[in-house]
Structures are given as C-alpha cells and as structure tokens.
Design a binder for this molecule. Structure first.
Ligand code: ZN
Length: 123
C-alpha cells in the first residue's frame, strides 16, 4: 500500500489536517479574508472506497459452476457444465492448480479482448 496522501483510485486527498488555536476577533476577520478560495482547482477529498461486498459464488452462468476438488492428480479446480470437445460431450473440465493459475494469468492478460467478446455475445 502506498504512503502517499493522494488516493490512487480517485486522486483525492486521503487525510486533511486542521490547525486549531485560540485567536482574537480581529485575527479571525483577517483569516476569513485570507481563506477565500482563489484556486481554480477544487480541492478533492477521498471519502474511501468500500471493499466489494459481492463475492463470486462459483456460478458461471448457463448451469456451469467452478469449485475445488481432488482427483488422482491431487487437488484440482473443476468446472462443471455441458461442454463439447472433439471426442464428445463432457460434463466437467478439471485443471491442476498450477494450470488454473496459468489460465487465470492468461485471462487477466487478455481481459480487454474477453470483455469486448463477451459484450458482443450478449448482443
Ligand atoms: Zn479515493
């Protein structure tokens, strides 16, 4: 996490400081004059960003689900659904964790293209 006072998400200041001190009425009037905002750029404050509350439940849509399981290779990630491959219909795709993480990295790398294609499929 960055030590910067500027929020990386919205560019607002994370913390603002106030100096509180006792002053006379005359000093107060002078300060009000000085405090008028002459800046053309508004001061932006970060109000914080909540953690996303919706966690993926493994439902991939169209009856497909992803979950963790074990097979003869050890722990795996299983995607259950109806898939057709060269041999015939399959009801699951399973990947060892290393391959799953590799798939995840590939997905992140191609996210923009995937989002575009998914949008086109919905239309
Ligand atoms: Zn922010």
């Amino acid at each position: 996490m960055s030590d910067s006072n500027i929020c990386e998400q919205c560019g607002g200041s994370k913390t603002i400081w106030f100096k509180v001190e006792a002053i006379t009425k005359a000093d107060l009037e002078k300060r009000i004059e000085l405090a008028e905002n002459k800046s053309t750029t508004p001061f932006k404050i970060c109000h914080g960003h909540p953690e996303p509350t919706i966690k993926h439940d493994g439902n991939l849509g169209d009856g497909a689900r992803v979950c963790q399981d074990n097979d003869f290779r050890g722990p795996i990630v299983v995607i259950r659904g109806k898939y057709n491959n060269d041999i015939g219909p399959e009801d699951a795709v399973s990947l060892p964790y290393k391959q799953f993480l590799s798939l995840l990295a590939w997905g992140e790398q191609n996210r923009a293209t995937m989002e575009q294609l998914a949008k086109e499929q919905e239309e």
